[in-house]
Design a protein around this ligand. Structure first.
Ligand SMILES: *Cc1c(COP(=O)(O)O)cnc(C)c1O
Length: 349
C-alpha cells in the first residue's frame, strides 16, 4: 500500500496568511517602518561579502554576539533561529515527549496549540478572565491542577495586547517545575521583560523575534535566551545551519544600530496611541463594545458583529485579523490609521 497522510496532517488547512493584494495591511503586526530604507546600502555591502558556496556559520556567533550586545545579555545564553516559530517547533519536538501536557491559555497565539498538536503533545487550554488579564495566581493554580511538562505564553500577549508584570512572570517561573516557554515577541513595546535574568533559570526559555519591533519579518530571525544548560541542549537539537548566511549578514547590520530600534519603537508607540485613541472614540459612542489598553504594536477591539465589520473593511481593501468577536488591528502609518478609523466610523457608527 502506498503512503497515506496520517490523521494529524490529512485535514490541515494552511495558516491563514493573508493572500491577495490589499491597500492597507494591518493584520500581521509587522512594523510599518522598513529598515531597508535606512540601511539598504549596508545590507548590500554585507551580502556582497558572503561566500555563497559555503554553509553559514553554524553557531551564528557574530549575530548572537551583536543581538546580545543590543540587550545587554551574555551571548553564550543565546540561540538564533529561523524565526521564533522554528524555535518553538524545536522546543516542542525535542524538549517534550509525545503525550506530555502543555499548558496554554485562550485567547493566546494560535501557533502554540497548532505545534502542540503536530508534535503530539496533550494541549491543555485554560480560559482567561473576562478582562482577558492573566495573573500569576491564575497561572500557578492551573499549573498545580494539571501538572504539565511545559507552559507556553506570550507576554505581552497576542492577541489580547496585555502585559503581565515582571514580578508575576518570575513568581511563576520560580514556583513551578514545568518548563516555561515565554514568548516576548512584543516586549520591545512594553517594559516588563525578564530577558536580563533569563539565563539564571533552568526551566525558562525566553523567545524574541525580529519580525515586530525590529521591522525585519522578511529575513526570518528569532532568538531563544536561556541558561547555559538549556542553550547547549538547544544547539544539539536544532538543525546545524538553521539560520542562513543572508539572514546572519543582515541581522549583524541591523544589530549594529541599537539606536534604530529605540527610534522605531517610539514611532510605533506613537502610532499605536493614535489608533488606540481613535478606537476609544468608537467605544464612547457605543459602536465598539470594548477596546483593550495595548502594550503592543496592535490594538484589540471587541464588537457586536466582528465578522461583518471585517468583511466591510476588506471590501475597502483594508485587512485586519479577526478572532471571533474580536478584531486585532496593527498600528500602521498615521495615514493608514486614519483611513482605517474613517472606514470604521462609516461601518459601525
Ligand atoms: C509574530 C509573533 C512571533 C514571531 O514569529 P517569527 O517566527 O519570529 O516571525 C512569535 N510569537 C508571537 C506571539 C507573535 O505574535
Amino acid at each position: 500500500m502506498t503512503y497515506e497522510l496520517n490523521d494529524k496532517v490529512k485535514n490541515l488547512v494552511p495558516y491563514d496568511a493573508v493572500a491577495g493584494e490589499y491597500k492597507i495591511r494591518l493584520d500581521a503586526n509587522e512594523s510599518f517602518i522598513d529598515p531597508g530604507e535606512d540601511f539598504g546600502e549596508e545590507f548590500l555591502t554585507a551580502i556582497a561579502k558572503i561566500k555563497f558556496n559555503r554553509y553559514p556559520d553554524p553557531m551564528a556567533t557574530e549575530l548572537c554576539k551583536k543581538f546580545a550586545g543590543c540587550y545587554g545579555i551574555d551571548p553564550a545564553c543565546v540561540v538564533a533561529g529561523n524565526g521564533s516559530d522554528e524555535l518553538i517547533t524545536v522546543i516542542m519536538g525535542a524538549f517534550l515527549r509525545p503525550g506530555d501536557k502543555v499548558l496554554t491559555f485562550s485567547p493566546e497565539f494560535s501557533m502554540y496549540q497548532f505545534y502542540g498538536e503536530i508534535y503530539e503533545k496533550t494541549n491543555i487550554i485554560e480560559g482567561k478572565r473576562e478582562d482577558l488579564m492573566l495573573t500569576s495566581g491564575d497561572v500557578l493554580d492551573a499549573l498545580r491542577e494539571c501538572k504539565p511538562a511545559a507552559i507556553i505564553i506570550s507576554n505581552p500577549c497576542s492577541p489580547t495586547s496585555l502585559v503581565m508584570s515582571r514580578e508575576d512572570v518570575l513568581h511563576i517561573v520560580e514556583n513551578t517545575e514545568a518548563l516555561v516557554i515565554l514568548d516576548e515577541a512584543y516586549m520591545d513595546f512594553s517594559d516588563q521583560s525578564v530577558l536580563k535574568v533569563a539565563e539564571k533559570y533552568d526551566n525558562l526559555i525566553l523567545l524574541k523575534t525580529c519580525s515586530k519591533a525590529w521591522g525585519m519579518a522578511s529575513i526570518r530571525l528569532g532568538f531563544a535566551v536561556s541558561s547555559k544548560k538549556i542553550v547547549a541542549a538547544l544547539h544539539c537539537v536544532r538543525s546545524p545551519y538553521n539560520v542562513n548566511a543572508l539572514t546572519q549578514a543582515i541581522g549583524c547590520v541591523i544589530f549594529s544600530h541599537p539606536d534604530y530600534i529605540k527610534t522605531a519603537v517610539e514611532e510605533i508607540k506613537k502610532s499605536r496611541e493614535h489608533l488606540y485613541h481613535g478606537l476609544l472614540q468608537l467605544e464612547e459612542k457605543g459602536s465598539v463594545r470594548r477596546v483593550m489598553k495595548p502594550d503592543t504594536n496592535f490594538v484589540l477591539i471587541e464588537l457586536e458583529d466582528a465578522g461583518l465589520v471585517y468583511d466591510e473593511l476588506k471590501k475597502r481593501s483594508i485587512i485586519v485579523r479577526r478572532l471571533g468577536d474580536y478584531l486585532r488591528i496593527t498600528a500602521g502609518t498615521k495615514k493608514e490609521n486614519e483611513v482605517l478609523l474613517r472606514a470604521l466610523f462609516e461601518i459601525v457608527v
